[in-house]
Design a binder for this molecule. Sequence first.
Ligand code: NDP
Ligand code: 8X3
Length: 250
Amino acid sequence: MKKTALITGASSGIGLACAELLAAQGYDLILTARRQERLKEIESKLTASHNISVQTLCLDVRDKAQVNEILGKMDAPHVLINNAGLALGLSHFYAGDTDQWDTMIDTNIKGLLYVSRTVAEKMIARGTGHIVNIGSIAGKEVYENGNVYCASKHAVDALTRGMRIELASKGIKVTGIHPGAVETEFSIVRFSGDAERAKKVYEGFENLVAADIADAVVWAVTRPEHVNINDIIIMPKAQPAAGVIHRKTN
Ligand code: NDP
Ligand code: 8X3
């Protein structure tokens, strides 16, 4: 049977890599993000290279009314990948920018909840489905200056575990995938567009790439129906813990 995957934050990084690998597996895709022009380019590329259908939706996960309106009209996807998220800034909490806190909490926690609430209702009606939440090593551990981002990803971890308990009896699987440092647009966003500073985050060690995470997502969603992959933590070899990276110096 043809399966459909809905991916939030599919315009770059891990979400885009998930779209590419799931397309190769023959999944029909519903790709969402705010940057619609990027999604349209991805749609053209994927439909040209794979025999799948791709629907793109301009969606800000923070906008509860928009989420309800747009996703509320759709059939249940077989797979939901809650990937949209971001970190903003790196500073001690007592010097933190409260607008950045609001954006992280609204996107990483509340956005994930709004999307999951709407989609889960449809999956429950169908009696099957799989929700994959992209958490972070920052949701398992904390590091200095990570405070609110870490808290938001700890919330994702708690919600993942809670969803699993509440959805098992409805036939729905729930998986948490928690990456360490992956070179995407993540650090460019974190440092407000400062690409030079972002580049330095990945210097001197071999970071993960988005396809490493998408590979785990595809593996998790293609296990037999009776198997649920609860939790995966994926780290670069050189990053043994959150905030600890062994860099080679010349
Ligand atoms: P990117 O910045 O490359 O991608 C983030 C994606 O999220 C974009 O597609 C962006 O799309 C989307 N997004 C951000 N805000 C919103 C919003 N309000 N509504 C809808 N979409 C939104 O970073 P990554 O691919 O690295 O990040 C993906 C996920 O992985 C995040 O949840 C991040 O926390 C997590 N993660 C990343 C790690 C890393 O080291 N890179 C490590 C661990 C976890 P658009 O701007 O078009 O809306
Ligand atoms: C991103 C992982 O360790 O760079 O979620 O904050 S980290």
